[in-house]
Design a protein around this ligand. Structure first.
Ligand SMILES: Cc1cc2nc3c(=O)[nH]c(=O)nc-3n(C[C@H](O)[C@H](O)[C@H](O)COP(=O)(O)OP(=O)(O)OC[C@H]3O[C@@H](n4cnc5c(N)ncnc54)[C@H](O)[C@@H]3O)c2cc1C
Length: 468
């Protein structure tokens, strides 16, 4: 009896199927989460919707699980093949099919790298705003599947706000086109909304229609250095209440700044307790004075230093510091648990106080940074002990559980942009009722009755004895 890798390889060619005899197979069992990898039976690098439909038909007939994979940059284990079987990679489907400057849409295959989509539309003076910090490596298919966000979400929204239509292939091989290409449309139920953020559990996304905006003519970036996170979050309130609508309002705490300092071109004062990176865009004539007024509001809230970028090199330097935070934390510690809670904007200051209390209570450093305009905070639990030591594992689990409980108590949610995947599904009952989870399990089964597509993700197992 041939194994599934051999069957796929015979049809598609051995260069398209990575099997157990290749060292590369392990790469398809990992992502950017802190979870252990899982080895699939094989990974298939599909090149077309028809190939994907064929793979999903064969897999359904043989009851083989399939895990869709974009670029593997996910932070929650969403693309890990926990049940073995096939990893279906879209990395070879990287054609930007169309950029239509009259209709203001772009059509892309799922494997297009997000940053490449952005640059291509910007060449036409158009704008695709969602900008996950991983945009140099992540795929647009992965962004749709996770509902990715990014720093510009405060003004421009997240991936969900830009997806107009999708082509998807269901387990069993049926190809469906859902949604539309028009700017408006309310025909039938919003199936696209269900697929965005479904984390590869409903179907494989094979083509994406996104809406575009005109490219803003100018951008102005400024960095403000504060003594405390309270002062920085007071500045966020002041900026918004004075009627400014920046495209980004990025915040980072003292621990995050201390870690990134050695890698930053900008020299942060040693007294830095928090930073705010603010970016405005629009008509270049008004931007410089708007940046100065925002800078003044930061000073009024207690900023010790405000730097306005003078040109693109300055801007790059300021962003370089922000973008290096995650890797600088990882380099300095044996492990880090990176969470992306989201609280109502008005609860940011209280959430930050609670995070400080958790760090003291569990005696572990926490570094917090993120998108203050949205209340989306990346809380990193930094671990120097052995993560496999049961005492350490128990302490980390208790700290995460307390973090999520505080988040939900303040009206927040478990994930602002990374998704639930594998790493957070056990916490879902903290936020959603048994009945809501039950409805979602039924929804999943509607698309994938055999439950073979990305099994074991998003929803915790149905409690024993519970009938749906
Ligand atoms: C340094 C760094 C910074 C990051 N910054 C951000 C950020 O600012 N904002 C943010 O939202 N995320 C961020 N991320 C997380 C990650 O980049 C996003 O979740 C991204 O959307 C994942 O895309 P991917 O192509 O790598 O998908 P993968 O990791 O390969 O997969 C993610 C999920 O999508 C599913 N999937 C992938 N492609 C398809 C498809 N074609 N059809 C169906 N399902 C599919 C997978 O099954 C899995 O469940 C960051 C990650 C890193 C490492």
């Amino acid at each position: 009896m041939p194994d599934i890798g051999e069957i796929l390889s015979r049809e598609l060619g051995s260069d398209r199927v990575i099997r157990a005899d290749s060292d590369r197979l392990a790469d398809y069992g990992r992502d950017e989460s802190s979870l252990e990898g899982f080895l699939p039976d094989c990974a298939v690098l599909c090149r077309s919707r028809e190939e994907i439909a064929w793979v999903l038909r064969i897999a359904a007939e043989r009851r083989v699980p399939v895990t869709p994979r974009g670029a593997g940059s996910g932070k929650t284990g969403g693309c890990l093949p926990v049940a073995g079987g096939i990893v279906l990679s879209t990395e070879r489907m990287s054609e930007l099919v169309d950029i239509d400057s009259r209709d203001l849409v772009a059509v892309a295959q799922p494997g297009v790298i997000t940053g490449q989509l952005q640059s291509a539309v910007e060449d036409e003076r158009l704008f695709y705003p969602p900008d996950p910090a991983s945009l140099g490596v992540c795929s647009i298919g992965g962004n749709v599947a996770t509902g990715a966000g990014g720093p510009r979400a405060f003004r421009y929204g997240v991936t969900r706000d830009y997806v107009l239509g999708l082509e998807v292939v269901l387990m069993g091989g049926e190809i469906l086109r859902i949604g539309r290409r028009t700017a408006k449309g309310v025909t039938g139920y919003d199936l696209v909304a269900g697929f965005v953020g479904s984390e590869g559990t409903f179907g494989v996304i094979t083509e994406i229609v996104v809406k575009l905006l005109p490219l803003p003519a100018g951008v102005s970036t400024l960095l403000a250095v504060f003594p405390t996170m309270e002062a920085a979050s007071a500045a966020v309130d002041a900026i918004i209440h004075r009627g400014f609508w920046p495209r980004t309002l990025e915040i980072a705490d003292r621990t995050a700044v201390d870690h990134v300092r050695p890698y930053s071109h900008y020299r942060f004062p040693t007294s830095t307790g928090a930073i705010l990176l603010v970016e405005l865009d629009g008509d270049p004539d008004g931007l410089q004075s708007a940046a100065l007024r925002v800078g003044q509001l930061c000073e009024d809230a207690g900023a010790a230093e405000v730097v306005v970028a003078k040109g693109s090199a300055d801007r790059r330097d300021l962003w370089q510091a922000r973008r290096m935070i995650s890797s600088s934390l990882r380099r300095a510690h044996r492990h880090k648990e990176s969470e992306d809670i989201c609280v109502p904007r008005g609860a940011i200051a209280e959430m930050i106080r609670r995070i400080d209390r958790l760090a003291a209570r569990f005696d572990m450093p926490f570094a917090t940074y993120g998108h203050a305009g949205d209340g989306n905070l990346h809380v990193n639990v930094l671990i120097d002990g052995d993560r496999d030591d049961p005492a350490v594992a128990e302490r980390v689990e208790a700290a995460l559980s307390a973090l999520f409980r505080d988040t939900i108590e303040l009206g927040g949610t478990l994930s602002g942009e990374h998704g639930i995947g594998l790493s957070k599904k056990r916490f879902m009952p903290l936020e959603q009722s048994a009945r809501v989870l039950q409805w979602q399990r039924q929804w999943k089964r509607m698309w994938d009755p055999l439950e073979l597509l990305n099994p074991g993700k998003v929803l915790p197992a149905q409690p024993a004895g519970c009938r749906e």
